[in-house]
Structure formats: structure tokens, C-alpha cells
Design a protein around this ligand. Sequence first.
Ligand SMILES: [Zn+2]
Length: 128
Amino acid sequence: MSSSSSVSGNTYFHRRHVERGTPKQCWCGKPAELCTSASRANPGRLYYCCRKGYIKRHLFKWADECLVEEVEDMKSVMSDMTKGISDLRVDVGRLEKELGKAEKMKCLMFPVVVCGFGMAIFWHYFFA
Ligand SMILES: [Zn+2]
């Protein structure tokens, strides 16, 4: 971690290519570095910046705002997963019904198959 005394406000809104959540790297290709603000406005507040340092137009993003975005994104993913689970439950219910019908058909078909097989044997011995 490094410190900076020149950090202020929400200047990252004016910066290019700031990804949602915790940034991995700056648009210039340098990895993001977690730093601590030493400004009067935000003393001790963590932020991500370009490894080159706090340079205008390079990466700058408050770490707490990154976490808020990540939690928001996770909530969205959880919501999608909850809907997916709900859809799967409906599918399992439908498959259980289909399986029940197949079991009933198997019970009905067994005497028919046995009877048909018996008739075939009978036909073979007496008429062939
Ligand atoms: Zn950079």
C-alpha cells in the first residue's frame, strides 16, 4: 500500500475504462494498486489507482464503492440463481409426474407383454 495526499472527490467519473467492482488494472495495462488516501477530505479511505501512481486520466476508484458495486452484482447473480432454482423445481415436479405415468404404463404393459408372449408360444406349438 502507498499513500497519496492529492486524492479528492469523485474524480474517477471522469476517468476512462473504469470497470465495475474491484478494478484489476488501469487502461494503460498497469495493475491496480490499493492505496490509502491521506487527503483532508478522505483521510485513511482506501482507493485503487494505477501502479504508476495517482496520475490524471489513469485508474482511480474508491475501494468502498468497488465493494458496493460487487455486492450489487452479487445480489443480481443471486436473484438469477434463485429464479434458476425455482425453474429447476418446476422441471423436477414435471419429470416426477412423467416418471409416475411411465411406471403406471409399465405395470399395464407387463400383463399385455406376458399374454402376447404366451399367445405366440401357443401359436407356435399348435398351429405351426
Ligand atoms: Zn495507468
